[in-house]
Design a protein around this ligand. Structure first.
Ligand code: PAF
Length: 289
């Protein structure tokens, strides 16, 4: 077990910045990486932290359940939290600092200005989660401004989020690079997610069909040359409808660079993304090829 005492935990933006400045870190420092998270860390987050640590000597992990990105009927209150375990994951994966601010510190009740994510946010998850990506962009922009890293690391499981954040960095001239890390999966293929803990045993058993369907569609496209995007989506839908009680939110084949829907697969720039509700738990996953 790695000693969690080796990690510096900062409870405010001022404390974090003071610590970085005291150690000689300047704004947007070449030696500094940020891994933004909402906590309840699992092996997927550990992969993000390990990636950051392989690239930069100082790695800040932010842990903040961001109220701005939850809709009124979503799971903000019941979102799982476990700081002690999170610190252990951070230490083992090579983080040097944890930024764990108070809710009122980052999102005071009088907050008014937001980052408007534009058209990319009107697709896929944006259709059923209005305001979600606005909340993500606003908080991530704040985290960028507080930490001022030269590298930020995000997972490909939230592919739409990463694509929107890359656009934000470009459009707002934020002087850092975003790097994406591949989805980490359970042995049977289910993508790791903090929300998997909500699933009943039965739902958990069914949920694997999401990744099975996506994999089968990718195989059909890559090894058998199926290029009809609608056929590929049908394969995923069939797998879910035939084997689960899950309710499909969407299954879509889109261009990876702008999330526009495809009729024909575009090799190297295609993503099939899906969101399925199992009871009240909404799972997302994707394949890219
Ligand atoms: O992916 C997440 O956990 C969150 O959306 C993020 C990027 C930490 C912003 O709150």
């Amino acid at each position: 077990m790695t000693d969690v005492d080796s990690i510096k935990v900062h409870r405010s933006a001022e404390a974090l910045r003071a610590s970085l400045r005291a150690d000689g870190y300047v704004g947007w420092d070449e030696r500094l990486a940020l891994v933004p998270t909402m906590g309840f860390l699992h092996a997927g987050h550990a992969a993000l932290i390990r990636h950051a640590a392989s690239r930069k000597p100082r790695v800040v992990v932010s842990i903040f359940v961001n109220p701005l990105q939850f809709g009124p009927n979503e799971d903000l209150e019941r979102y799982p939290r476990d700081l002690e375990h999170d610190l252990q994951v951070c230490a083992e994966a090579g983080a040097t600092d944890v930024f764990y601010p108070e809710v009122a510190d980052l999102t005071p009740s009088d907050i008014e200005i937001a980052v408007e994510p534009g058209r990319l946010a009107n697709r896929l998850c944006g259709l059923t989660r209005p305001g979600h990506f606005r909340g993500v962009c606003t908080i991530v922009n704040k985290l960028f401004n507080i930490v001022e890293p030269s590298l930020a690391v995000f997972g490909w499981k939230d592919a739409q989020q990463q694509i929107i954040l890359r656009k934000m960095v470009k459009d707002l001239n934020i002087p850092l690079t975003i790097e994406g890390v591949e989805i980490v999966r359970e042995a049977d293929g289910l993508a790791l997610s903090s929300r998997n803990t909500y699933l009943t045993a039965e739902q958990r058993a069914e949920a694997v069909n999401l990744s099975l369907g996506l994999n089968e569609a990718r195989e059909l496209a890559v090894t058998e040359g199926e290029s009809d995007a609608h056929q590929l989506c049908d394969v995923v839908c069939g797998m879910i409808e035939d084997n689960t009680s899950g309710v499909i939110d969407y299954v879509k084949c889109v261009r990876l660079d702008n999330l526009e829907e495809l009729d024909e697969v575009e090799p190297g720039n295609t993503m099939i993304a899906a969101a399925v509700r199992f009871g009240t738990t909404r799972l997302i996953d994707n394949v890219r090829f």
